[in-house]
Design a protein around this ligand. Structure first.
Ligand code: BJW
Length: 256
């Protein structure tokens, strides 16, 4: 008899998907790469090949150079206006629409492309690039925003700055979202880890938790990731091709 693990990785993953009752999906920047959104850590093309993450993605960096950091986020927001979800985003959304009780999407991405593809109840660990919030605890006066081109808007009474609504290094993830994600991975029997280097915690820790709790872990990535070692199988290739190949052919266990 042929065991699933004797099959090629894609067939193995399909076989696991078909019997999985609760599927957790953790996505990272790679899932949006084929939409034209740069990743962070890819050599040459990733943001961190060009910028120092401590300067561009930390509160300290923002306080030191607010106009520079704000300008980078404005550039990224502008880029997002010109891109569309790709076949990988759509395959995840379509699968969830067909089997809403089976799939929960957890993303590190701040680009909103999963939601634009139609995914529901997405657990966004690192916030939302298209929102802002006050840098310091807002006072009563903090609704008067003064905007100057190229600089973060600020309260013209107390000077409090607006900042992007994302999670920077050294900042806590939204507690309720992280709690929900941890419950999902504890309860899943299959976890897909897609397009992430697996270098940033606590997000990457979710894959370890799933594995420790007995779930099968499938990594989908064009290159190697820090989570390959804990994966039960690795699908090497672009997610816009592999996610449709995996999810569209699937006919999960009826009545499970
Ligand atoms: C494809 C592809 C294709 C390409 N198809 N694949 C434990 C150990 C060590 C350190 C820590 C730890 N716990 C916490 C830390 C510290 C820190 C951390 O993790 N540091 C490590 C880097 C060393 N973590 C934090 O600071 C976090 N906060 C925290 O822990 O708070 C604790 C606290 C509690 C109470 C009070 C106070 C504090 C916060 C982390 C925030 C991360 N923020 C960023 C920026 C968001 C805003 C923005 O967008 O500007 O989030 S950093 C950046 O990395 C972004 C991403 O979401 C995140 C992950 O990146 P991702 O998605 O993996 O992208 P890449 O580029 O790294 O990888 C892309 C992958 O795709 C590659 O593998 C490619 O091969 C692949 N790929 N094309 C499939 N077509």
């Amino acid at each position: 008899m042929v065991e699933p693990t004797d099959l090629a990785p894609l067939d193995t993953a399909r076989a696991w998907l078909e019997v999985a009752r609760h599927i957790a999906v953790l996505t990272g920047a790679g899932v949006s790469a084929e939409s034209g959104v740069p990743t962070f850590r890819d050599a040459q093309t990733g943001y961190w090949a060009q910028f120092d993450p401590h300067e561009m993605a930390s509160e300290r960096g923002f306080r030191a150079q607010p106009a520079r950091v704000w300008g980078w986020y404005e550039h990224r927001r502008e880029l997002l206006r010109g891109v569309q979800p790709n076949a990988g985003h759509r395959a995840l959304a379509d699968f969830q629409q067909r089997y809403p009780e089976r799939l929960t999407l957890i993303t590190q991405n701040v680009d909103g492309l999963h939601q634009r593809a139609g995914s529901q109840n997405v657990l966004c660990l690192h916030g939302d690039l298209l929102t802002n919030r006050w840098l310091d605890t807002p006072r009563d006066c903090c609704h008067m925003k003064h905007a100057a081109t190229g600089s973060p808007p600020y309260c013209d009474r107390c000077g409090n700055l607006l900042r992007p609504g994302v999670v920077w290094f050294g900042e806590p993830l939204p507690l309720a979202t992280l709690d929900a994600a941890q419950r999902v991975v504890q309860a899943c029997d299959l976890m897909l880890v897609v397009g992430t280097a697996g270098a940033v915690y606590p997000a990457a820790g979710l894959a370890h938790q799933a594995r420790d709790a007995g779930a099968r872990v499938v990594v989908i990535n064009t290159g190697s990731s820090e989570l390959d070692d804990i994966a039960n199988t690795v699908l090497r290739g672009p997610s816009a091709r592999l996610l449709p190949a995996l999810l569209e052919a699937s006919d999960p266990a009826q009545g499970a």
